[in-house]
Design a protein around this ligand. Structure first.
Ligand code: SAM
Length: 247
């Protein structure tokens, strides 16, 4: 019974992730969702700015805070280890849903491209960013990142094995393709509104912090292997470093 409940919990977390991720694309691209980044402004500029930055800060605090080894250790006192990742995924989704719900559009435009061809090129690059995000999760292990592998192994009474360190696909060219995908999706837009600009700026600042925290953990786990990888492959901009590492 416990095993079936765990699988259901994992599936609920995964389904919540799928819906939230699709909503995030719609929210950021102003596509098909009832409320998006650039819905009509309702608040004064200063209030909207304050609320939006607080929402991004809260998201960052949860997303990186809950990923810290110390916090995970503390969580494991109450949450079974096979449900820890699904719980993390659920909490991340809740933070994003709070952001979608409470986001305050600001009004105003930073840049707007009038040329139709360039507009389509920018939309296509942004879409490519989302594809890179998804493919990067597949390269690492999509089902492990979103907690399904953990509950599946528990269901089969098999011991969880940590993922191997990987230098495959995009990971040969940048150390953080998933984050790079987000940055591409965020910044390549034909119409950069002030609201979108604040969102992109806030998320970029968070991504830089998150990468530094993640790399600290990766050095603790993989040691010299990761340090060598850092020397060979650049963080976010491909082709900055010349020698390609072995997979
Ligand atoms: C959400 S993923 C983001 C990965 C990476 N920061 C990126 O932007 O592509 C975070 C997880 O990926 C794992 N990870 C990061 N780089 C890895 C690699 N080269 N091989 C295996 N796991 C990796 C981390 O341990 C962490 O659990």
């Amino acid at each position: 019974m416990k095993r079936i409940v765990s699988v259901i919990y994992g599936l609920i977390a995964y389904l919540t992730f799928l819906i939230t991720f699709l909503y995030l694309i719609g929210f950021e691209e102003n596509l098909l969702v009832p409320k998006s980044l650039d819905s009509a402004p309702t608040e004064s500029l200063s209030t909207a700015l304050l609320i939006n930055l607080a929402l991004i800060g809260l998201f960052g605090l949860q997303h990186s805070g809950m990923a810290r080894p110390g916090f995970k250790k503390w969580c494991l006192k109450t949450i079974p280890s096979h449900l820890e990742r699904s719980t993390y995924v659920l909490m991340t989704c809740l933070m994003l849903i709070l952001l979608f719900w409470q986001w305050r559009p600001l009004g105003g435009v930073v840049w707007e491209v009038k040329n139709i061809t360039l507009t389509y090129i920018l939309y296509s690059i942004s879409a490519l960013g989302w594809v890179i995000v998804f493919l990067s999760t597949v390269l690492i292990n999509h089902f492990d990142l979103f907690g399904l592998r953990q509950v599946y192994l528990y269901f089969k009474s098999e011991k969880y094995q940590y993922l191997d360190f990987k230098i495959i696909g995009f990971y040969k060219y940048v150390r953080h393709p998933l984050m790079l995908g987000f940055l591409i999706a965020l910044w390549f837009t034909p119409k950069m509104t002030i609201t979108h600009f604040i969102f992109a700026l806030g998320m970029t600042a968070y991504i830089i912090i998150a990468i530094h925290l993640e790399e600290k953990d990766l050095i603790d786990i993989y040691g010299d292997l990761y340090k060598k990888y850092q020397q060979q492959v650049s963080m976010l901009i491909p082709f900055l470093k010349t020698s390609l590492p072995e997979s």
